[in-house]
Ligand binder design. Sequence first.
Ligand code: FEH
Ligand code: ZN
Ligand code: ZN
Length: 355
Amino acid sequence: MSTARTRAVRLTRWGGPPVVTEVARPVPTGEEVLIQVEAAGLCRSDLHVIDAPAGSLPYRTPFTLGHETAGRVAARGPRAAGPAIGERVVVYGPWGCGSCARCAAGAENYCDRRAALDADRAGTGVGLGRDGGMADWLLVPSGRLLVPVGELSAVQAAPLSDAGLTAYHAVATVRSAIGEGASVVVLGIGGLGHLAVQILRATTPAQVLSVDVREEALALADQCGAHFGTLLRPDSTAVLRRLTGGVGAVAVLDFVGSNASLDLATGVLRAGGELAMVGSDGGEVTVRKPGALPPGTRISLPFWGTLPELEQVVALARGGALRVEVERFALSRALEAIEGLRSGGVRGRAVLVPD
Ligand code: FEH
Ligand code: ZN
Ligand code: ZN
Protein backbone atom coordinates (compact mmCIF):
# COMPACT_ATOMS: atom_id res chain seq x y z
CA MET A 1 0.00 0.00 0.00
CA SER A 2 1.35 3.42 -0.95
CA THR A 3 2.65 5.62 1.87
CA ALA A 4 1.18 8.59 0.03
CA ARG A 5 0.04 11.59 2.02
CA THR A 6 -3.40 11.67 3.64
CA ARG A 7 -4.72 15.18 3.16
CA ALA A 8 -8.34 16.23 2.86
CA VAL A 9 -10.25 19.45 2.16
CA ARG A 10 -12.61 19.54 5.12
CA LEU A 11 -15.55 21.68 6.15
CA THR A 12 -14.87 21.87 9.88
CA ARG A 13 -17.64 24.36 10.78
CA TRP A 14 -20.66 25.91 9.08
CA GLY A 15 -19.89 29.11 7.17
CA GLY A 16 -16.46 27.84 6.19
CA PRO A 17 -13.83 28.36 5.07
CA PRO A 18 -12.73 24.80 4.33
CA VAL A 19 -9.28 23.74 5.52
CA VAL A 20 -6.70 21.45 3.88
CA THR A 21 -5.58 19.17 6.70
CA GLU A 22 -4.02 15.78 7.39
CA VAL A 23 -6.42 12.94 8.17
CA ALA A 24 -5.98 9.24 8.90
CA ARG A 25 -6.10 6.99 5.85
CA PRO A 26 -9.42 5.09 6.06
CA VAL A 27 -9.40 1.27 6.39
CA PRO A 28 -12.24 -0.47 4.50
CA THR A 29 -14.40 -3.00 6.40
CA GLY A 30 -17.38 -5.11 5.33
CA GLU A 31 -18.48 -4.09 1.82
CA GLU A 32 -16.43 -0.87 1.81
CA VAL A 33 -13.87 0.00 -0.86
CA LEU A 34 -10.90 2.35 -0.42
CA ILE A 35 -10.10 4.56 -3.43
CA GLN A 36 -6.77 6.28 -3.95
CA VAL A 37 -8.04 9.55 -5.38
CA GLU A 38 -6.54 10.69 -8.71
CA ALA A 39 -8.90 13.61 -9.42
CA ALA A 40 -11.77 15.44 -7.71
CA GLY A 41 -13.99 17.96 -9.48
CA LEU A 42 -15.29 21.17 -7.95
CA CYS A 43 -18.99 22.06 -8.29
CA ARG A 44 -21.12 25.14 -7.58
CA SER A 45 -22.99 22.98 -5.10
CA ASP A 46 -19.76 22.82 -3.09
CA LEU A 47 -20.02 26.60 -2.74
CA HIS A 48 -23.61 26.27 -1.54
CA VAL A 49 -22.46 23.72 1.07
CA ILE A 50 -19.49 25.87 2.17
CA ASP A 51 -21.71 28.95 2.50
CA ALA A 52 -24.64 27.15 4.14
CA PRO A 53 -25.78 28.60 7.50
CA ALA A 54 -25.63 26.16 10.43
CA GLY A 55 -28.69 23.91 10.48
CA SER A 56 -29.75 24.61 6.89
CA LEU A 57 -28.37 21.31 5.55
CA PRO A 58 -28.98 17.85 7.06
CA TYR A 59 -25.26 17.22 7.46
CA ARG A 60 -22.92 17.12 10.46
CA THR A 61 -19.52 18.84 10.29
CA PRO A 62 -16.68 18.03 10.00
CA PHE A 63 -16.62 16.21 6.70
CA THR A 64 -14.46 16.16 3.59
CA LEU A 65 -15.82 17.96 0.52
CA GLY A 66 -15.89 16.66 -3.06
CA HIS A 67 -18.69 14.80 -4.81
CA GLU A 68 -17.03 14.24 -8.20
CA THR A 69 -14.23 11.71 -7.80
CA ALA A 70 -12.08 9.35 -9.85
CA GLY A 71 -9.26 7.11 -8.70
CA ARG A 72 -7.91 3.61 -8.30
CA VAL A 73 -9.27 0.81 -6.09
CA ALA A 74 -6.60 0.54 -3.35
CA ALA A 75 -8.18 -1.87 -0.86
CA ARG A 76 -11.47 -3.71 -0.30
CA GLY A 77 -13.34 -4.87 2.78
CA PRO A 78 -13.80 -8.64 3.20
CA ARG A 79 -17.34 -8.55 1.77
CA ALA A 80 -16.69 -5.97 -0.95
CA ALA A 81 -17.92 -6.61 -4.51
CA GLY A 82 -17.39 -4.68 -7.73
CA PRO A 83 -14.12 -3.48 -9.36
CA ALA A 84 -10.94 -5.28 -8.28
CA ILE A 85 -7.90 -3.77 -6.60
CA GLY A 86 -5.94 -1.68 -9.11
CA GLU A 87 -8.94 -0.91 -11.33
CA ARG A 88 -9.51 2.75 -12.20
CA VAL A 89 -13.01 3.96 -11.43
CA VAL A 90 -15.32 6.92 -11.06
CA VAL A 91 -17.54 7.20 -7.97
CA TYR A 92 -21.33 7.44 -8.25
CA GLY A 93 -22.09 10.27 -5.86
CA PRO A 94 -25.72 10.22 -4.57
CA TRP A 95 -25.50 7.48 -1.96
CA GLY A 96 -28.98 6.18 -1.06
CA CYS A 97 -30.14 3.43 1.26
CA GLY A 98 -29.16 0.87 -1.39
CA SER A 99 -32.30 -1.28 -0.92
CA CYS A 100 -35.49 0.67 -1.68
CA ALA A 101 -37.23 0.41 -5.08
CA ARG A 102 -35.42 3.49 -6.46
CA CYS A 103 -31.99 2.34 -5.22
CA ALA A 104 -32.60 -1.19 -6.51
CA ALA A 105 -33.16 0.37 -9.95
CA GLY A 106 -29.90 2.32 -9.69
CA ALA A 107 -31.67 5.64 -9.06
CA GLU A 108 -30.08 6.41 -5.69
CA ASN A 109 -30.45 10.10 -6.60
CA TYR A 110 -34.16 9.57 -5.92
CA CYS A 111 -33.85 7.18 -2.95
CA ASP A 112 -37.26 6.60 -1.31
CA ARG A 113 -35.63 6.84 2.11
CA ARG A 114 -33.84 10.16 1.57
CA ALA A 115 -35.93 11.90 4.25
CA ALA A 116 -35.01 9.23 6.78
CA LEU A 117 -31.33 9.42 5.78
CA ASP A 118 -31.48 13.20 6.16
CA ALA A 119 -33.14 12.87 9.55
CA ASP A 120 -30.27 10.61 10.63
CA ARG A 121 -27.80 13.22 9.25
CA ALA A 122 -26.52 10.37 7.05
CA GLY A 123 -25.71 12.78 4.24
CA THR A 124 -26.81 12.99 0.58
CA GLY A 125 -23.68 11.25 -0.61
CA VAL A 126 -19.99 11.59 -1.22
CA GLY A 127 -18.76 14.98 -0.04
CA LEU A 128 -22.28 15.97 0.98
CA GLY A 129 -22.38 15.17 4.67
CA ARG A 130 -20.25 12.06 4.08
CA ASP A 131 -16.45 12.27 3.61
CA GLY A 132 -15.81 13.12 -0.04
CA GLY A 133 -13.14 12.97 -2.69
CA MET A 134 -11.19 16.23 -2.24
CA ALA A 135 -8.56 14.11 -0.55
CA ASP A 136 -5.83 11.56 -1.10
CA TRP A 137 -8.13 8.70 -0.06
CA LEU A 138 -11.88 8.10 -0.30
CA LEU A 139 -13.85 5.37 1.49
CA VAL A 140 -16.88 4.24 -0.55
CA PRO A 141 -19.67 2.28 1.24
CA SER A 142 -20.03 -0.34 -1.51
CA GLY A 143 -18.50 -1.48 -4.77
CA ARG A 144 -21.97 -1.00 -6.36
CA LEU A 145 -21.14 2.74 -6.42
CA LEU A 146 -18.07 2.37 -8.66
CA VAL A 147 -17.98 2.51 -12.48
CA PRO A 148 -14.80 1.40 -14.30
CA VAL A 149 -13.34 4.07 -16.62
CA GLY A 150 -10.76 2.02 -18.50
CA GLU A 151 -8.13 4.22 -20.15
CA LEU A 152 -9.90 7.55 -19.51
CA SER A 153 -7.65 10.00 -17.67
CA ALA A 154 -8.77 10.76 -14.10
CA VAL A 155 -9.25 14.47 -14.85
CA GLN A 156 -11.57 13.55 -17.71
CA ALA A 157 -13.37 10.85 -15.71
CA ALA A 158 -14.06 12.64 -12.42
CA PRO A 159 -16.34 15.38 -13.91
CA LEU A 160 -18.43 12.69 -15.60
CA SER A 161 -19.76 11.62 -12.18
CA ASP A 162 -21.47 14.92 -11.48
CA ALA A 163 -21.29 17.50 -14.28
CA GLY A 164 -21.56 14.82 -16.97
CA LEU A 165 -24.15 12.69 -15.18
CA THR A 166 -26.33 15.67 -14.20
CA ALA A 167 -26.26 17.01 -17.78
CA TYR A 168 -26.99 13.54 -19.18
CA HIS A 169 -29.93 13.02 -16.79
CA ALA A 170 -31.34 16.44 -17.72
CA VAL A 171 -31.17 15.55 -21.44
CA ALA A 172 -32.75 12.14 -20.74
CA THR A 173 -35.60 13.93 -18.93
CA VAL A 174 -36.55 15.90 -22.07
CA ARG A 175 -35.31 13.50 -24.76
CA SER A 176 -38.79 12.29 -25.79
CA ALA A 177 -39.63 15.82 -26.98
CA ILE A 178 -36.61 16.09 -29.29
CA GLY A 179 -37.55 15.02 -32.81
CA GLU A 180 -35.96 15.84 -36.16
CA GLY A 181 -35.61 19.58 -36.70
CA ALA A 182 -36.32 20.34 -33.04
CA SER A 183 -34.42 23.13 -31.29
CA VAL A 184 -33.09 22.84 -27.74
CA VAL A 185 -31.76 25.82 -25.79
CA VAL A 186 -28.90 25.34 -23.29
CA LEU A 187 -28.74 28.20 -20.77
CA GLY A 188 -25.36 28.51 -19.04
CA ILE A 189 -22.24 27.04 -20.66
CA GLY A 190 -20.25 26.14 -17.56
CA GLY A 191 -19.13 22.81 -16.17
CA LEU A 192 -22.52 21.19 -16.88
CA GLY A 193 -23.71 23.21 -19.88
CA HIS A 194 -20.72 22.50 -22.10
CA LEU A 195 -21.21 18.77 -21.53
CA ALA A 196 -24.97 19.06 -22.19
CA VAL A 197 -24.19 20.55 -25.62
CA GLN A 198 -21.98 17.56 -26.42
CA ILE A 199 -24.51 15.05 -25.07
CA LEU A 200 -27.31 16.63 -27.14
CA ARG A 201 -25.17 16.51 -30.29
CA ALA A 202 -24.11 12.92 -29.61
CA THR A 203 -27.52 11.47 -28.68
CA THR A 204 -30.26 13.62 -30.26
CA PRO A 205 -31.09 15.29 -33.62
CA ALA A 206 -31.52 18.68 -31.89
CA GLN A 207 -30.48 22.05 -33.25
CA VAL A 208 -28.55 23.25 -30.16
CA LEU A 209 -28.79 26.94 -29.24
CA SER A 210 -26.49 28.16 -26.46
CA VAL A 211 -26.85 31.20 -24.18
CA ASP A 212 -24.40 32.67 -21.68
CA VAL A 213 -23.22 36.05 -20.37
CA ARG A 214 -19.59 35.47 -21.36
CA GLU A 215 -18.24 35.47 -24.92
CA GLU A 216 -15.65 32.84 -23.98
CA ALA A 217 -18.44 30.53 -22.81
CA LEU A 218 -20.21 30.87 -26.18
CA ALA A 219 -16.89 30.06 -27.86
CA LEU A 220 -16.67 26.89 -25.74
CA ALA A 221 -20.26 25.98 -26.71
CA ASP A 222 -19.31 26.42 -30.36
CA GLN A 223 -16.31 24.10 -29.89
CA CYS A 224 -18.67 21.58 -28.26
CA GLY A 225 -20.98 21.59 -31.28
CA ALA A 226 -23.64 24.22 -30.56
CA HIS A 227 -25.25 25.42 -33.81
CA PHE A 228 -25.70 28.97 -32.53
CA GLY A 229 -24.80 31.02 -29.47
CA THR A 230 -26.07 34.33 -28.14
CA LEU A 231 -25.22 36.48 -25.15
CA LEU A 232 -28.06 36.95 -22.67
CA ARG A 233 -29.52 40.27 -23.83
CA PRO A 234 -32.96 41.96 -23.91
CA ASP A 235 -33.52 40.68 -27.47
CA SER A 236 -32.36 37.09 -26.79
CA THR A 237 -35.91 35.74 -26.78
CA ALA A 238 -36.64 37.18 -30.23
CA VAL A 239 -33.26 36.06 -31.58
CA LEU A 240 -33.74 32.49 -30.34
CA ARG A 241 -37.39 32.24 -31.46
CA ARG A 242 -36.34 33.35 -34.96
CA LEU A 243 -33.74 30.56 -35.01
CA THR A 244 -36.46 28.04 -34.23
CA GLY A 245 -38.48 29.17 -37.23
CA GLY A 246 -40.81 31.03 -34.88
CA VAL A 247 -42.30 27.94 -33.15
CA GLY A 248 -39.96 28.03 -30.15
CA ALA A 249 -37.69 25.44 -28.51
CA VAL A 250 -39.09 21.98 -27.69
CA ALA A 251 -36.85 21.97 -24.62
CA VAL A 252 -34.83 24.39 -22.52
CA LEU A 253 -32.09 23.12 -20.19
CA ASP A 254 -31.47 25.88 -17.64
CA PHE A 255 -28.13 25.29 -15.90
CA VAL A 256 -28.26 28.75 -14.29
CA GLY A 257 -31.67 28.87 -12.58
CA SER A 258 -31.87 32.65 -12.12
CA ASN A 259 -34.97 34.80 -12.72
CA ALA A 260 -33.30 36.14 -15.88
CA SER A 261 -32.55 32.67 -17.26
CA LEU A 262 -36.01 31.34 -16.37
CA ASP A 263 -37.70 34.37 -17.96
CA LEU A 264 -35.78 33.67 -21.16
CA ALA A 265 -36.62 29.96 -20.90
CA THR A 266 -40.37 30.57 -20.63
CA GLY A 267 -40.15 33.12 -23.45
CA VAL A 268 -38.56 30.73 -25.94
CA LEU A 269 -40.45 27.52 -25.06
CA ARG A 270 -42.66 25.98 -27.74
CA ALA A 271 -46.23 25.05 -26.77
CA GLY A 272 -46.05 21.56 -25.24
CA GLY A 273 -42.34 22.08 -24.54
CA GLU A 274 -40.12 20.91 -21.68
CA LEU A 275 -38.29 23.10 -19.15
CA ALA A 276 -35.57 21.32 -17.13
CA MET A 277 -34.56 23.48 -14.17
CA VAL A 278 -31.07 22.25 -13.24
CA GLY A 279 -29.23 25.35 -11.93
CA SER A 280 -29.89 26.56 -8.39
CA ASP A 281 -29.48 30.32 -8.58
CA GLY A 282 -32.73 31.01 -6.73
CA GLY A 283 -34.88 31.93 -9.75
CA GLU A 284 -38.62 31.24 -9.75
CA VAL A 285 -41.25 30.19 -12.28
CA THR A 286 -44.92 30.86 -11.57
CA VAL A 287 -47.10 27.92 -12.58
CA ARG A 288 -50.66 29.25 -12.94
CA LYS A 289 -53.56 28.94 -15.37
CA PRO A 290 -54.07 31.29 -17.05
CA GLY A 291 -50.45 32.37 -16.83
CA ALA A 292 -47.23 33.17 -18.65
CA LEU A 293 -46.23 29.58 -19.42
CA PRO A 294 -47.05 28.23 -22.90
CA PRO A 295 -49.90 25.65 -22.91
CA GLY A 296 -48.69 22.11 -22.39
CA THR A 297 -45.42 23.15 -20.72
CA ARG A 298 -43.84 20.40 -18.62
CA ILE A 299 -41.38 21.41 -15.92
CA SER A 300 -38.82 19.07 -14.36
CA LEU A 301 -36.26 19.54 -11.59
CA PRO A 302 -33.79 16.79 -12.44
CA PHE A 303 -31.29 15.96 -9.71
CA TRP A 304 -27.94 14.37 -10.46
CA GLY A 305 -28.53 11.02 -12.27
CA THR A 306 -28.77 7.22 -12.03
CA LEU A 307 -26.07 4.55 -11.96
CA PRO A 308 -27.05 3.15 -15.40
CA GLU A 309 -26.85 6.69 -16.78
CA LEU A 310 -23.35 7.12 -15.31
CA GLU A 311 -22.32 3.95 -17.15
CA GLN A 312 -23.76 5.49 -20.36
CA VAL A 313 -21.91 8.78 -19.78
CA VAL A 314 -18.60 6.93 -19.24
CA ALA A 315 -19.25 4.90 -22.41
CA LEU A 316 -19.85 8.13 -24.41
CA ALA A 317 -16.59 9.59 -23.06
CA ARG A 318 -14.61 6.39 -23.74
CA GLY A 319 -16.03 6.44 -27.28
CA GLY A 320 -14.71 9.96 -27.80
CA ALA A 321 -18.11 11.72 -27.86
CA LEU A 322 -17.51 13.69 -24.65
CA ARG A 323 -14.54 15.87 -23.77
CA VAL A 324 -14.51 17.79 -20.51
CA GLU A 325 -12.97 21.29 -20.55
CA VAL A 326 -10.84 21.08 -17.41
CA GLU A 327 -8.83 23.56 -15.37
CA ARG A 328 -6.46 21.63 -13.08
CA PHE A 329 -5.46 22.67 -9.56
CA ALA A 330 -3.13 20.84 -7.16
CA LEU A 331 -5.04 19.51 -4.14
CA SER A 332 -2.87 21.77 -1.97
CA ARG A 333 -4.33 24.77 -3.91
CA ALA A 334 -7.95 23.71 -3.28
CA LEU A 335 -8.91 26.98 -1.59
CA GLU A 336 -7.60 28.94 -4.60
CA ALA A 337 -9.72 26.73 -6.89
CA ILE A 338 -12.80 27.33 -4.73
CA GLU A 339 -12.33 31.11 -4.91
CA GLY A 340 -11.70 30.85 -8.66
CA LEU A 341 -15.02 29.05 -9.12
CA ARG A 342 -16.77 31.57 -6.88
CA SER A 343 -15.44 34.51 -8.94
CA GLY A 344 -16.54 32.87 -12.23
CA GLY A 345 -12.93 32.64 -13.35
CA VAL A 346 -12.88 28.92 -14.14
CA ARG A 347 -13.28 27.79 -17.78
CA GLY A 348 -15.20 24.50 -17.86
CA ARG A 349 -14.68 22.35 -14.75
CA ALA A 350 -12.11 22.89 -11.97
CA VAL A 351 -10.48 19.59 -11.03
CA LEU A 352 -8.17 19.00 -8.05
CA VAL A 353 -5.28 16.57 -8.50
CA PRO A 354 -3.41 15.22 -5.42
CA ASP A 355 0.13 16.67 -5.53
C1 FEH B 1 -25.51 18.17 -4.97
C2 FEH B 1 -26.09 18.32 -3.71
C3 FEH B 1 -27.22 19.10 -3.54
C4 FEH B 1 -27.76 19.76 -4.62
C5 FEH B 1 -27.19 19.62 -5.87
C6 FEH B 1 -26.09 18.82 -6.02
C7 FEH B 1 -25.51 18.67 -7.39
O1 FEH B 1 -24.31 19.36 -7.51
C8 FEH B 1 -25.30 17.25 -7.72
O2 FEH B 1 -25.06 17.22 -9.09
ZN1 ZN C 1 -22.42 18.95 -8.05
ZN1 ZN D 1 -32.95 3.95 -1.25
